[in-house]
Design a protein around this ligand. Structure first.
Ligand SMILES: NC(=O)c1ccc[n+]([C@@H]2O[C@H](COP(=O)([O-])OP(=O)(O)OC[C@H]3O[C@@H](n4cnc5c(N)ncnc54)[C@H](O)[C@@H]3O)[C@@H](O)[C@H]2O)c1
Length: 268
């Protein structure tokens, strides 16, 4: 399913860790559609992960950057423009990590230092990406910026923990910064609210497998896969969506509109 709808476009993809990562699939699809990209992740993730292999396969430079560091982001944007030869048409923020989730702390027993770190990594980094890009005039006219989110920003999913507030903050940054990017640079900013997906970050949430199956049954089309999320991202980076901005877009097989699905009761 390739139509070269990103031909001539230049992009930066944050957050591909391994072949399960949503960002991994997005990177592959963008290059299939003839975009040229750079790949970035935190230095520790580059040491542990397989990103270099993806870079070689896609002919994409891999640049280390901690997304919570404005200095790292500044250097990343400079290098990416140098490598790709000019301003950037699209950016994917695909970053999430909760220290409290990782360390097994429940929602009523949170460590607040860790919570601050979680917000910095999972949400404030998105503001940092956009503010740094705006100040450096990185984005090309008509460009598109996307971040990935989850419906726990709107509804209660008890085991999603402090990531719920991270996603609420992330989505709010997309709306507020989307205004400024639109009037100053004619650039779109949106979030895609994705189904549960079996990745390193996703599987870190307690009871993930049972919840994945529940969500699959609850969604009339079933859970959206990482590959279909990549298709959606490609469309959002393309010129077909130039007037879509400041939106939280559900990509969830219909989950967000359901109240009750008989399929869930039938199989209970
Ligand atoms: N998996 C799901 O069920 C699901 C559902 C909805 C939304 N999302 C969101 O999709 C995005 C991607 O997650 P994923 O599921 O592909 O998992 P993943 O674990 O493959 O990706 C998370 C990425 O964040 C990166 N990261 C962490 N700290 C960083 C830092 N300081 N600087 C730069 N990068 C850093 C990790 O190295 C990793 O590559 C996240 O925002 C996640 O919340 C995931």
């Amino acid at each position: 399913m390739s139509a070269s709808i990103l031909k001539g476009k230049k992009g930066i993809i944050f957050g591909a860790l391994d072949p399960q990562s949503i960002a991994w699939k997005v990177a592959e699809r963008c290059v299939e559609e003839e975009a040229r990209i750079t790949l970035t992740n935190a230095p520790v993730a580059l040491r542990m992960g397989q990103l270099q292999q993806l870079g070689e396969k896609l002919n994409a430079e891999v640049i280390a950057a901690d997304a919570t560091s404005v200095d790292d982001l500044t250097a990343l944007f400079e290098k990416s423009q140098e490598i790709l030869g000019g301003q950037i048409d699209f950016i994917l923020h695909s970053i999430g990590m909760s220290l409290n989730v990782r360390k097994g702390k429940g929602y009523t027993d949170l460590n607040y230092d860790w919570m601050q770190k979680t917000f910095d990594i999972s949400a404030i980094s998105f503001h940092k990406v956009m503010q740094t890009a705006l100040k450096q005039d990185v984005m090309a006219e008509g460009g598109s910026i996307l971040a990935l989110t989850y419906i726990a920003a709107q509804r209660v999913f008890p085991d999603y923990n402090e990531m719920a507030e991270s996603k609420a903050l992330l989505e709010s940054f997309a709306r507020s910064f989307g205004y400024h990017f639109a009037v100053e640079k004619n650039v779109r900013v949106n979030t895609i609210s994705q189904s549960p997906t079996k990745t390193t970050a996703g599987s870190g949430v307690k009871g993930f497998d049972a919840f994945f199956d529940y969500s699959d049954k609850m969604s009339p089309l079933g859970n959206a896969s990482a590959a279909s999320c990549a298709d959606y991202c490609v469309m959002m980076f393309s010129d077909y969506t130039r007037m879509v901005t400041m939106q939280n877009l559900y990509h969830d097989g219909g989950f967000s509109s359901m109240g009750m699905n008989p399929a869930v009761l039938r199989d209970a």
